[in-house]
Write a protein that binds this ligand. Sequence first.
Ligand code: PRP
Ligand code: MN
Ligand code: MG
Length: 179
Amino acid sequence: MLIHDMEEILVNEEELRETIQKLGKQLTEDYKDKNPIVICILKGAVFFMTDIVRAMDCPLEIDFMDVSSYGDAFESSGEVKILKDLDQSVKGRHILLVEDIIDTGRTLSHIVELFKHRQAASVKIVALLDKPDRRVVSIRADYTGLQVADKFVVGYGLDYCQGYRNAPFIGVLKEEIYK
Ligand code: PRP
Ligand code: MN
Ligand code: MG
């Protein structure tokens, strides 16, 4: 069982639901007249994406981008690769980027610049988790679920070597698993 590999449960299912409902209310208010394109940054944000758009009670479109900076390694490589781009133009559109976590900030700063260059009307970020202690590039989310300490977290989309994404909670991985 996945839970046996956890040192502790950081965010349980109930806390995830509450956090996302709260973010959804704020986003509904802010985007009700904007018909935004809500963009999921694969793969980590996939579960957060499906929950956050259903917590937004307003017209919107969804799209997906696959960007990778970590690969299968434990530490960020510092290199951001676009593996799958959008299928449409974003010129003049309001963009809401959905991320599971901001760590060094490299992935998002790269994508934000890209959308500004493509002349989006606005580019904002909603991140479920934020690890401010780890920042290398200065960037902050416009909407943040929870701040977390610098521990290796997995579950609800977040992986270690592509595993644990399907855990319905967010947990801290036992050191013996990755050492
Ligand atoms: C992880 C996470 C964020 C990014 C955050 O993705 O999902 O997208 O790293 O790190 P950063 O702030 O240091 O850029 P990863 O590159 O591991 O790909 P994945 O989403 O497919 O797991
Ligand atoms: Mn990711
Ligand atoms: Mg990853």
